[in-house]
Design a protein around this ligand. Sequence first.
Ligand SMILES: Cc1ncc(COP(=O)(O)O)c(C=O)c1O
Length: 301
Amino acid sequence: MLQKQNPENKDLILNMDGQLVHRDEAGVSPFDSSFQNGDTVWEGLRLYQGRIFRLQEHLDRMRKGATMLRYQGIPSDEKIIDELRRTFEANNMTDNVHIRLVLSRGLKYTSGMDPRINLEGCSLFVLAEHKPPVYDRSGVRLITANQRRPFADILDQTIHSSNQLTSILAKMEAIEAGVDDALMLDPDGNMAETNATHVFVVKDGIVHTSTTRACPEGITRATVLELCEKREIPHQIRDIPVAEVHEADEVFCTGTMGEIVPVVQLDETVFNREEEGPVTGRIASLYTALTQSEGYRIIQE
Ligand SMILES: Cc1ncc(COP(=O)(O)O)c(C=O)c1O
């Protein structure tokens, strides 16, 4: 899956720590922790008809990561919401928008990684783009990557950080294999997630997903689990050896950027044949219905 350039995004106005700037003129100081150390947390959000889906959950995840990293001067939720609103208004955006919200440890007075050389508190960046869900609805093809996702003793995945090098290395394996994305395993060989999404497998009507020992807590993942609970769809969270993924009846992946899409192939194994499996289809429809009816109204009608 290669994202296409969208001419609608040619003249985007970005929000660079409160300054609204044309995308061609936006810049980040080389003394910002994002440039110096990749020391940031981020969220991918989606705007549906003037409402942001699961906004509070995204803000909570970002705050949790920033607190674990002991960032100083984390902006309040009200301030962040205000900056999001200003950005949408500057771009005249209401629907089909994906937002990358980035919070860095902020400016340093000299180069280095020591957090004590940060005296100014966090920097907040809002990058909102016209972007429908990015994956082809007919499904994605995966390979199993050699690159693995670490457990918390190496790098705690609860911190949703912008350091995406393990994901990028896995994605490069996928590109070399001519497929869309890569399934990443944890150090024990269980399924963790793909380079960008969470993964669910369906076997004999039961929906299974991995624990979050080696992947972030996902907002879409949590929504799918909540839907299973409410609709009494049997489901389990557990360690899933990769061999079980190959034996699944259906596999699908989840994320804010691409929503819910079937996996049609993993390595040599083909799933779902021609069409989306019945459980995947049901969950995808339930999810779409939620995005059309729920969310924090940030743009007034
Ligand atoms: C590594 C990784 N996995 C999965 C996801 C999907 O999470 P969510 O459903 O919260 O968008 C993301 C999205 O930010 C991610 O970065």
